[in-house]
Ligand binder design. Sequence first.
Ligand code: GUN
Ligand code: ZN
Length: 427
Amino acid sequence: MHAWRASLLRFDPHGQAVFDRDGLLVVGRDATGRAVVLAAGDHATLAPRHAHVPCTHLPGRILAPGFIDLHVHYPQTDVIGSPAESLLPWLERYTFPAEARFADPAHAAEVAGFFCDELLRHGVTTALAFCTSHPASVDALMAEAQRRRLRLIAGKCLQDRHSPDGVRDETEQSLIDTEALIQKWHGVDRLGYAITPRFAPTSTPAQLRGAGEIAARHPSVWIQSHVAENRDEIAWARALFPASRSYLAVYDDHGLMRRRAVYAHCIHFDDADRALMQHTGSAAAVCPTSNLFLGSGFFDFAGAARVPFAHGLASDVGGGTSFSPFATMRAAYFVGREGQTKPGLSLPPERLWWLHTAGAARALDLEGVVGNLQPGCEADFVVLDPEATPLLARRTRQAGSLAELLFALIVLGDDRVVGQTVISEAK
Ligand code: GUN
Ligand code: ZN
């Protein structure tokens, strides 16, 4: 057992932030050997019961749940900041050539190691990640994540058409490979597998159908894809699948919408799409830095409140421009401003933070497991320094409320705020 004394941020079951200015976080092993939160709350209240537990005192620091990145591409680490007119030219010009290099396992291993270190350096302890179409790219990422005890869910891209040589796979073999990778990695330590059709335009109906059949056989496996990101992409998907009611409905028509299905972007939806997300229990990964960078559009937060469906925040590196959850929360705030329909704050800072931690865990069907620091949660957390830069120090010292403190961190923060990332580990 080990205890940490500092300010402590967590969330109640309604998503309300709970903050102890002088808090205590007690970490120990549960019956199965996992390092979990045993107690969390006010120091003065909890300390007498834990007087025997060794304690690290970090005055001035904030303990907060490790961040969850709901959608990120590790093979795109090297294409961040590659400008293009829009999504489809960007894929063709930069992304597919970069991904073709992952046929080389040594290249995949090198990038995977860098990527995992970068996640941790930015305070991300759980991620749902795309690999490439090469099965060895999954092996490389899983191995590096396992070494660092990251909670990582990832999968091999399925893309058997409209993709260049070097990344295009073959229908039957791609499904065999997916099944084998599930057997190899799903549920191993903190790893999970996600069935990963890249997006409807690059899969044949047969590949999507096969992916849906695998999903039906493995209900605890995740599903991830892209949808309704860009107008040209949507027109293309509609032309390829004219029988489906909408682009999103293509996935439903192939058995790919259910709990643990996470769709990136979900920008250009109508209310029937939102209702489909809701009824199937699917979730959206909202990727604001990517959407602004590629000019894709603005996620409709007001629409997602009107016809509620699960959603959380994601970097979408390398369409996204930063690994930093602070950059993502900041961009989400700006995007929320764009679509604002009511007076007041579109997205309060506590809500932005929840969308990148406990709310993202709910979207992954991992509520109570990660993304929070309530008793029973896996003990992944960040030690934040609200005085990491001169301006942050000056601004946060003047914060008169939790909302003001979190807003200052979201607006001014970056990796320098993350003093330490602690991964489910009991001392
Ligand atoms: N749609 C299909 N593939 C991709 C990708 O790699 N990035 C983004 N942003 N959208 C996609
Ligand atoms: Zn993506």
